[in-house]
Ligand binder design. Sequence first.
Ligand code: AMP
Ligand code: ZN
Length: 463
Amino acid sequence: MPLVLSNTLSKKREKFIPLGKAVGLYTCGPTVYNYAHIGNLRAYVFTDILKRVLILDGYKVKHVMNITDVGHLTSDADQGEDKMTKGLQREGLPLTLEGMGKLAEKYTQAFKDDLDKLQILIPDFMPKASEHIKEDIELIGSLEKKKFTYKTSDGVYFDTSRLPDYGKLLGSDQQSDEEHARLKGKTEKKNPEDFALWKFNDSLGWEAPWGKGFPGWHIECSAMASKYLGKQFDIHCGGREHIAIHHTNEIAQSEAAFSKKPWVKYWLHNEWLVLGAGKKMAKSGDNFITLTALEKKGYDPLDFRYLCLGTHYKKPLMFTFEALEGAQKARRKLVDKVLELKDSESKESKTRQKKYLDAFGKDLDDDLNTPKALATMWEMLKDKTLSGKDKYSLLLKFDDVLGLDLNGAEKADVPKEVISLAEERQRAREKKDWKKSDELREKIAKLGYTVGDTKEGYEISQS
Ligand code: AMP
Ligand code: ZN
């Protein structure tokens, strides 16, 4: 079965046919004014799965993920404050380019640590927006030559009325967008959808032919994508809120400047990670959870990766700690299985394994159906016709895509919390307080462990 992907541009599931030898893949990277939250990380786990499936299918992949360290305003539609400036104020750093660099460095490093912990393959290029100002200026210059731009008192804008197919990614009337409607008549823009290519700023910014300032967030992605992947490439990814504005504007300016249609062949968008009542987790909100916070609660980052794999990328991922606990149990069970099968001295048979390799590949080629692929994996582990070695071999092959570090699997340490509960239970037993001992056994069970009594005291195992 060929790889089939849901393309936001065509609004169809399409067979993947690359433009050339290596697949060009661009992912909108993080805005580094704060830590990434697990919603952002869901987006990057999704891109990582896509990349691993492409590799599994035999493609060479050239992956670019930018780092937005300037130019992203609090509203995607050119309104509000610069997010990096907000970060500088929050951390009491000077409002200078050096201050911005420091802030960006801190959160870029934290982001890279998160990628590492989640076994996300590091992109081939991670260009920083602040190091590509020259490319932005050149791109705006070429748009100016083609008469796609105009100047207002606060910046240089792209004239969307010059593109008859503006907004094709969203595919509905852009005018109906609430924010745009609100802005109508209140700005100097010619059309509500027009967007800033360059924003003037006397104090913070770079010199440009139009005046000192900084690039718009959209032009940064077009400039960096074309620098590393050329004027036309295969796949562009991001969260679904980017469809209406950021990616729509990237397409407009790139197709206008490069005269290549489509600029990008496949557009893939992940659904959000949401909290209770379907609320999107957002950096600007007060409800965000980081990967480090999960670790502090005793979870392995790969428990979160497993959780992500359990929901298709085009479906909302409802985050709860119960769901994360479920993922933790399943992943630990898997690790135990790997350790049990590792030393199997049985014989391997490629013929026996083929059925499951094919099924697993088919699941993933079906628009990256990771929940189905996980189900195939568990079904394989139950198959009595396979030898232990077959199962072990298959698990390692599956892990090339799942990225659960099964090759380096070690028995999970029993969390300190469980040990101290077991100790407390032991003391209760010594005092013959059977009621308390039972209550503590229950508590331990809720954490996924079983405590048994031995001559020496107690023994803990995973349930
Ligand atoms: P940002 O750092 O805000 O520019 O976002 C980085 C990436 O995370 C983008 O692709 C966003 O679309 C994505 N993203 C943001 N919030 C969520 C969320 N709650 N769930 C899934 N993806 C998200
Ligand atoms: Zn982008």
